[in-house]
Design a protein around this ligand. Structure first.
Ligand code: BV8
Ligand code: ZN
Length: 252
């Protein structure tokens, strides 16, 4: 039985600004593997070999085909009730911002407007050499990588790899929104990857109520004000339903 604390509903009813940070866990119920769960991506592959510049430079074919494999998976899954609940939350607060570490764009497909993508996205590609966006054919025979039509450079996915800076504007906006919100949700993330993992601390330091939605304990669990220990696909629709009931009750 998932508990939504009444105190949290009261805080949400008084909140002007609400920020949500999501990680791979929000997509788990869509069938997209997380990174660090026992059956996650990193259990099979070494992230430094596959999600880093060095990894790409040392074996571009392997990295490119790993990403194409993940793109294939993402094309065959759909947003889950957790994604839709977050899209619904957007309509319930005066100021609502979604920040995601995910690259699968399932939030967009669920109707969230303008999520801040801290780690880029796996759907778009660009030239490793001149950065020119690439819109050509990506479905090539195994072992082949598309080449840039401008400079002939190798094409890479438009994600942020380990050791790469996050998009400056996205990170600045994410930090600013986290520092100025009333309630901050950390949903489906192990809170291990920086600088994204700083955001809940920035929020807390600035007086926000911090809520974690995650069936497992994470690096920030001991710091948060509320923990909803449940899968986001079940917890978030319930939270939205309880909050709407709370609002309609308090209006009467
Ligand atoms: C940078 C895109 C400056 C690619 C990704 C030492 C200390 C501190 C930091 C560092 C350090 N050494 C290096 C660093 C920096 C490094 C970092 O943080 N490393 C960590 C691992 C220690 N960070 C970087 O390199 C970043 N850049 O710092 O630039 C710089 C420049 C040069 C040199 C140094 C620094 C770039 C980070 C971005 C990397 N790119 N992804 C791709 O996808 O292939 S990271 C990857 O991890 C994904 O984006 C993912 O979103 C992200 C975070 O993981 P999570 O989303 O949290 O996923 P995870 O599997 O870990 O957890 C899932 C959670 O869901 C679990 O808690 C589970 O319980 C929960 N869950 C499961 N099911 C459900 C659920 N929750 C709810 N419902 C469910 N049903
Ligand atoms: Zn190029």
């Amino acid at each position: 039985m998932i508990e939504i604390p009444n105190e949290l509903l009261i805080k949400l009813s008084k909140a002007d600004s609400v920020v949500v940070l999501t990680g791979a866990g929000i997509s788990a119920e869509s069938g997209v593997k997380t990174f660090r769960d026992p059956d996650g991506l990193w259990a099979q592959f070494d992230p430094m070999e596959l999600a880093s510049i060095d990894g790409f430079m040392s074996n571009p074919q392997r990295v490119w085909s790993w990403y194409q494999h993940r793109v294939e998976i993402i094309h065959n899954v759909n947003p889950n009730p957790g994604h839709y609940a977050i899209a619904e939350m957007e309509k319930l607060f005066n100021h609502f911002v979604l920040i995601t570490q995910n690259v699968d764009r399932l939030h967009h497909r669920a109707g969230s407007t303008n999520p801040i993508e801290l780690h880029g996205n796996i759907i778009e590609n660009h030239c490793f050499n001149c950065k020119k966006p690439f819109f050509g054919e990506t479905n090539l025979p195994e072992g082949q990588i598309p080449r840039c039509d401008e400079c002939g450079g190798l094409i890479r996915p438009s994600v942020v790899w380990f050791g790469e800076m996050l998009p400056y504007d996205a990170l600045m906006k994410a930090e600013d929104e986290s520092a100025n919100c009333d309630v901050f949700f950390s949903i489906g993330t192990s809170a291990e990857v920086y600088p994204a993992a700083n955001l809940p601390f920035i929020a807390k330091r600035n007086g926000a109520t911090v809520v974690e939605v995650n069936p497992n304990i994470t690096q920030i669990s001991s710091y948060v004000d509320y923990r909803i220990s449940a899968p986001s696909g079940e917890a978030l629709p319930l939270l939205v339903e309880k909050f709407k009931d709370f609002l309609s009750f308090s209006i009467k």
